[in-house]
Design a protein around this ligand. Structure first.
Ligand code: NAD
Length: 518
């Protein structure tokens, strides 16, 4: 090799990490911190209970990270960053591609762990985990091209002056996740952050704390240096400490609008850091009478009942043009009765698993009650159920509700549960106004055979994502994020990768002397 390559080429060769036959431990209860390349128990006087939603049992007590624990995790990440941030994009990509391969090789084990953490049906968890591997491959793959600098000739031409730019990592990035897609949410943040050369300190939701720890084990087995990816556990105080830490150079957050406001404020309290906010939604699906009813029913099911309705883009508001209102409603209830098998999420035929916890389940039931009080009719579901074998889990029979107006509580507020609200409309102008009449702006859908109308409406809807004749598609190369109170910044696209870097401009004078104007 030394005879054929220059010294600089020789130095660039890295030996891919040797992957032994690694298998992901399926333990979702023990050692819920990931620090300095290892799974550890963490320390702290105060603890929180970790639930398995499918059985309703407490599987662990996890210590809450104090501000000093957060400080130590951030400082270790900062030290580890100097090595990782100096690697080339291709070197980093080798590690991330290896991690993607490990995820695919261990997909079933990881999916089962995800079900135990979150309660979602195993058939959905498999999709989440597979798409998480795609996210790693995507960001590792595009990083060398997207993170290139530019070169600019300046007045006088390249022989006198020019400038160039460098895209540099930010340093240590703080990430805070929600509980509804524990593995995937973590991946959407850390894949671009790591591909861009940052270190990450991740705080999962206390309701689903284990998945990011499994990811730490995978990344380490794939060759990620110790300390580059750290996981600390806790609630608001821990999150706040991460937001305020002066060595955190960017914060990426997924959660509710109310917490997003606190996060944005905390990120400006001790120093100034950029913030990505992926927040809640109150999305709508608009169905025109010229649509094929079977497809609109499929879309309404996708828009309301995936992940027990705990999806930020869910369209609880289903606006149906009066001409097909009755047919659509009957078909939706029939389809829901036939297809929505509520049960143990580890079973292959289950289509609706457990809600995340009892408090959240009761919150959803509260919306069903408010709908009844405010004139709504529950056509199906809306009650707690106790499937055989997992009787103590947090299960809801998904609800379909009609008869509400736009001012009712369930139509205005984010439910984050399986409650589909059918709302009739007459005209295009009317429905656009009603869809936009919310402070949220995450997603919206429109169904019509008239494609000109679909595009016309897509342009008018105040939403970060619009689905035409479809709903809840997610692809890693398509930007994802909100308008209005649903947040700012995007995930899943080249802009996301750039948002984990900062641009440095370098002016160069190549002449021997510098003339001045004084
Ligand atoms: P949440 O706002 O209660 O919690 C989110 C995270 O913030 C958790 O990790 C929590 O511990 C942490 N946290 C709480 N207080 C904090 C503070 N003061 N400072 C810093 N961090 C703090 O939200 P949730 O119940 O976990 O998730 C549900 C919400 O998330 C819904 O509104 C849903 O729409 C939204 N969500 C949005 C997206 C998106 O991509 N737009 C995706 C998933 C979920």
């Amino acid at each position: 090799i030394e005879g054929t390559l220059s010294r600089s080429q020789y130095l660039c060769i890295t030996i891919p990490p040797l992957i032994m036959s690694f298998s992901v431990p399926s333990d979702v209860a023990g050692g819920l911190y990931f620090l300095d390349g290892k799974r550890v128990s963490g320390e702290g006087e105060k603890t929180f209970p970790v639930y398995e939603p499918r059985s309703g049992t407490v599987v662990a007590q996890c210590p809450l990270a104090s501000p000093s624990t957060v400080d130590a995790a951030v400082r270790a990440a900062s030290a580890a960053h100097s090595e990782w941030g100096c690697k080339t994009e291709l070197e980093r990509a080798q590690v991330l591609h290896a991690a993607a391969r490990l995820i695919r090789d261990n997909l079933e084990e990881i999916a089962r762990a995800e079900v135990r953490c979150n309660g979602k049906p195993i058939y959905e968890a498999r999709v989440d985990i597979a798409s998480s591997a795609d996210t790693l491959d995507y960001f590792a793959g595009i990083a060398p091209a997207v993170l290139q600098g530019d070169s600019m000739d300046l007045p006088g031409g390249p022989l006198t002056r020019f400038a160039y730019t460098r895209r540099e990592p930010l340093g240590v990035v703080g990430c805070i996740g929600a509980w509804n897609y524990p593995f995937q949410t973590c991946m959407w943040k850390i894949a671009p952050a790591l591909a861009a050369g940052n270190a990450v300190v991740y705080k999962p939701s206390p309701f689903a704390p284990a998945s990011p720890v499994l990811l730490g084990e995978i990344l380490t087995a794939a060759g990620l240096p110790a300390g580059v990816y750290q996981v600390v556990q806790g609630e608001g105080e821990t999150g706040q400490a991460l937001c305020e830490h002066p060595l955190i150079r960017k914060l990426s957050f997924t959660g509710s609008v109310a917490t997003g406001q606190k996060v944005q404020q905390a990120c400006a309290s001790k120093n100034i850091k950029p913030v990505t906010l992926e927040l809640g939604g109150k999305s709508a699906l608009v169905i025109f009478a010229d649509s094929e009813v079977k497809s609109t029913v499929a879309a309404a099911m996708l828009a309301n009942f995936l992940n027990q309705g705990q999806v930020c883009t869910n369209a609880t508001r289903v606006f149906v043009q009066r001409g097909i209102l009755e047919e659509f409603t009957n078909e939706l209830v029939k389809e829901a009765n036939e297809k929505l098998v509520v049960g143990d999420p580890l079973n292959d035929n289950t289509r609706v698993g457990a809600n995340i916890n009892e408090g959240h389940l009761n919150r959803i039931l509260g919306y069903v009650e408010s709908a009844k009080k405010e004139g709504g009719t529950v056509l199906r579901g809306g009650v707690r159920v106790h499937p055989e074998g997992v009787e103590n889990g947090f299960y809801l029979e998904p609800a379909v509700i009609t008869g509400l107006n736009d001012d009712s509580t369930a139509v205005r507020e984010e439910i984050f549960g399986a409650c589909c609200l059918i709302l009739p409309f007459d005209t295009e102008e009317e429905v656009v106004r009603r869809v936009n009449n919310t402070s949220f702006g995450l997603a919206a859908g429109v169904f019509s055979k008239n494609l000109a109308r679909c595009h016309r409406i897509a342009a008018q809807l105040e939403a970060g994502t619009v689905f035409c004749n479809s709903y809840n598609d997610t692809e890693v190369n398509v930007p994802f994020g909100g308008y209005k109170n649903s947040g700012h910044g995007r995930e899943n696209c080249p802009d996301t990768l750039k948002a984990y870097t900062q641009i440095k401009a370098v002016y160069v004078n190549v002449q021997d002397s510098l003339e001045h104007c004084f």
